[in-house]
Design a protein around this ligand. Sequence first.
Ligand SMILES: [Fe+2]
Ligand SMILES: [Fe+2]
Length: 503
Amino acid sequence: MPALPRSEWYDLTRDMNWNVTYVEESEVWPEDLSHSLDIPAEAWWTWDEPYKITYPEYVHNQTGKDESVYAVNQVVSRSKLFDNLDPGWKAAILAHYGAIAVPEYTAGIGEARMARFGRAAAWRNMATYGTLDETRHGQIQTYFPHGLLAREPRADWAHKAMHTNEWGAIAARHLFDDMFTANDAVSMALQLTFTFETGFSNLQFLGMASDAMQVGDLDFSSLISSIQTDEARHAQQGEPTMKILLEHGKKDEAQKLIDHMFWRSWKIFALLTGASMDYYTPLEARSHSFGEFMNEFIIKQFTDQFRDFGLERPWYWESHFLKELEWYHHATHMGIYFWRPTVWWNPDAGVSPEERDWLEMKYPGWNDSFGKIWDVIGENARAGRIENTLPETLPMICNMCQIPLCNPGGYLMGKLESPEPFTHIHNGRKYSFCSEPYKWIFVQQPARFQGHLSFIDRFLAGMIQPPDLMGGLAYMGISPEEMGQDATNFEWAMPTPIKIKAS
Ligand SMILES: [Fe+2]
Ligand SMILES: [Fe+2]
């Protein structure tokens, strides 16, 4: 044990900054990887993390977390807990594993970049822990679903998804490459840790852990809570980085980075968490609607942070974000349900009569907009015309988020002036976007995004053969056994049996 109290040696060990003399600064911290913005080296040395931890403490804490989370998994995996879970909840966790497990590992690449190219030793120290955290998250979130394989073969999508060209996997890779694998240290601190983790995923994990507890899924709840405690620590790399940028007059750069990633985070969050909270989670286990969660947690947190730092809310806040909050996730949920053969989970329609009452209560007007479309799907299901509830073509896809365009939903709700995509011509190629902020993101950095081909671009380029839905599914790596189906076999659409009271 060290003879000195921690407070006397902590700063010395975590803050070993020095000026380089044998080489140029730009060789050690190239602008492309560090993005120092001409802020002098010694100014970066004031970077002060709000969460202090030493390596022995870190290892001690993490060992304890792993021991308890794996112990829960050991016990639960011998029980029938998974088999008895609600089918909608199974959809939520399978979707989660495929979209999140391997990206956690790639987030480790992002953390490692800050651990090498961050401009302060204290920051690099903290990012080293972040690298270890994300490696752990990748491991436990592939280990847990691996234990489910005998009961649910598609749990292998936890590992498989990101290695396929399934459309959601393409969307996730496009986002996560932009946010971390292809990002520089400063942008990462503001985009991955300040915007995505502090703003969205940390709160999402808190929400999901409590929903999992309500549902009775102890395994997933303990997994998610364990991850969240790491996220809450390493997400704190954003604030000290932001502080230095603002002290050196880089507010515009900081604002742009946040405006860019807030919009991207919102879209993926709405797609995954929106469907999970408002449609997949069983009614009796829902603590908040997605709209309430966004308002009470995400919006409040961001508004406070913007105010504290003297930043502005993103330029699209009122005009786009608050409007989309009313319709976007209902539209993506319906899209995923309709194109369910293209996903690795069984989407739960979540629109039984009681669920519709709940949706109408939480989102007044839902019955007159989305409800009407579900009426048609329900009618077809009751009449046994299942083919009419399934797609024959592929939808238009946005060249930024890679998510199908849901604009008709927004148009029907009176929230968009036109159902058409926002387009932009660059070097003779036409790009289509689901929303104006995406067009803005593209126009800011066309060289960063111009080469990517969306699923539909690949289809039109003849890369997907035969050029039909089945060819598309084969290209996505989805076998007929894996194709998503209605989670409850249309139970939601069937007439409720009349209960006859015994007299
Ligand atoms: Fe993580
Ligand atoms: Fe993280």
